[in-house]
Design a protein around this ligand. Structure first.
Ligand code: FE2
Length: 207
């Protein structure tokens, strides 16, 4: 399968999941499509780059994958381990390491902020507080001290803050097609970066 065909297939799969499950709310005041659009739009409004904005748009896709797989543990709040499921899917399909990491970490970032940021837990939505318990609750002091040393913590926290902010009952946002185009561009950029890394690698030929 050519690179272009495989990118087209991934975009079609993402579009299909948003079309099929995007109306679900998982206990929030907006649908999952609105939540994704709001998180991505807030990222752009805050001056963050398109890679992080796309991560914000895609960060909860693990809920849809769990629905697609008909996993038993999906409840009214979605799938509590959706961060790993979504990150694994995006990693397998060629999204950048930065997108994969911030999505994988967005639940742990909530647990971290609950431990270190005064008042953060009280500002969470009701659904986020319910799922916090399923996800292990606030980090311990030792866990948060180790987590603070993560190299990409700033990006991880940015995504978490977008996740918490993008739950408005109404907000004007670019449509699904805008985010799918961004996803295609990011996949093409990742594929091009991989190809140039491969061609720059010295050959293993023995002289
Ligand atoms: Fe979210």
């Amino acid at each position: 399968m050519s690179q272009t065909t495989s990118i087209t297939n991934v975009i079609a799969r993402i579009e299909s999941m948003f079309t099929t499950y995007g109306h679900e709310t998982y206990g929030e005041d907006c649908t999952q499509l609105q939540h994704a659009q709001q998180c991505g739009t807030l990222a752009l409004e805050r001056g963050l780059d398109e890679e992080l904005a796309l991560a914000a748009f895609l960060h909860d896709i693990g809920h849809f994958i769990a629905r697609d797989k008909a996993l038993d543990a999906v409840d009214a709040y979605g799938y509590s381990r959706h961060s790993d499921l979504g990150a694994d899917f995006l990693e397998q399909h060629g999204f950048s390491a930065r997108i994969v990491e911030v999505i994988r970490e967005h639940v742990r970032a909530k647990r971290y902020l609950c431990a270190v940021s005064k008042g953060y837990a009280e500002r969470l939505s009701h659904a986020s507080r319910v799922t916090l318990a399923q996800q292990g609750g606030p980090m311990t002091a030792a866990e948060s001290a180790a987590y603070r040393r993560r190299p990409n913590l700033a990006d991880i926290i940015q995504l978490r803050q977008l996740d918490d902010a993008g739950k408005l009952p109404d907000m004007q946002c670019p449509p699904l097609t805008f985010w799918l185009r961004l996803a295609r561009e990011q996949l093409e950029a990742s594929a091009a970066a991989d190809a140039s890394t491969r061609s720059a690698r010295p050959s293993a030929r023995i002289e």
